[in-house]
Design a protein around this ligand. Sequence first.
Ligand code: GLY
Ligand code: MN
Ligand code: MN
Length: 446
Amino acid sequence: MPYAQHYSQHIARLCDIYSDALTLSGFGAVLLHSGSEQTYFADDQHPTFRANPHFLHCLPVNRPDQMLLFIPGEAPIYFQVIAPDFWYEQHITLDDWVACAFERIPLARSTDVTTHLGPLLSRHGIDLAALAFMGENTAFGKGLGIAATACNPPTLLNTLDYQRACKSEYEVASIRKANQLALRGHTAARHAFEDGGSEYDIHMAYLQACGMLDEDMPYPTIVALDEKAAILHYQNKRRESGANSQVLLIDAGCRVNACCSDITRTWTRPATSPLFKNLVEAMEAMQTALIASVRPGMPYPDLHRAAHEGITNILLGAGICRGSREALIENRMSTLFMPHGIGHLLGIQVHDVGGRMKNAQGEIQPPPEDYPALRTTRMIESGQVFTVEPGLYFIPVLLNPERNTARGKLIDWEVVDAMMPLGGIRIEDNVRVTDTGVENLTRVLI
Ligand code: GLY
Ligand code: MN
Ligand code: MN
């Protein structure tokens, strides 16, 4: 199995990270809890379960009430809870490469963990008062006798969040695979669009080609025809035929071993407006150049600023804006057309943690005042995985208020009115930073 060696190294690295984090935070051990299922208000149904990301980072088992115990210097212990049940399937299948990384203790109820915790901790001279708990269900942790102050202690979480930015080979292999699967879906989606499919048809073609269910997606797919492409997280799936559509913007990923991909493509048809097609081409070229510029030691906001320079040039070149380059920059015209950040860290969560962390102590590097939406402000480092996703949209709620302003004089409204029904463009790839540059995990042959 290709993950086997990578995974044992991943766990060894995590053991070191957890040992250091425990020492720094003054705890002797930590119990990670995957979470508990919760029902909707006044209902017996529950949303799809998604485990504590720190738990998934260690163990790709997306199931409630599972636990992992980290004691420095020891292999992690997995308390595998399989309750006797005839309503739901409770069996958990572990790949061999996962199973052999842990000592596994099967339990019929999660509270049975108490019978093991005391002896395990005392064998290592650790008092229960030195046990930290990590997970959403702190009531469960407190029920085990863990103090409220030891539940999700910020010092421990800050170190773990900060370290998550740099990925192990196991995570990179998983994200690469999640890219390959998603690309199969993107190809099928493109064909469904070319065949005149509706947003719903395109979504279903995507899932089918990936072999996934909606609940397996790292985030709800964004399948936007024409003007809907201007809604950044467009969530609907229209059933009307797309036979006359000119543009498909599809933002969709996959999950492998709980690791995400996050890919956006913008497709046109032969009859699509040539101006829009040229814009797509220019955006693709700019995105490629941005990725090629990524280097360790570069502040991530520099990439964002470079994207805005590129958008400014494209707006001028396409005749969407007029005036001098300086006037466009001074009036921040590009922010009307790209209101989101250039990207974000990617891993167990699609918007992975720690993007604005300055250090493992939890100091925050806020976004630049002129770009408050930027999710990533930290220094680019070897081993990080993030997205690069420039966009250029014709968003009525941003543009229309400018129609009669001084700023609006820098816009050619005839061109904008012609482009608004086509929505917009986003091109998004996932990259891994290397010691000397960057590897694009999305542009691979499959
Ligand atoms: N798919 C959401 C994003 O690109 O951030
Ligand atoms: Mn993204
Ligand atoms: Mn995306």
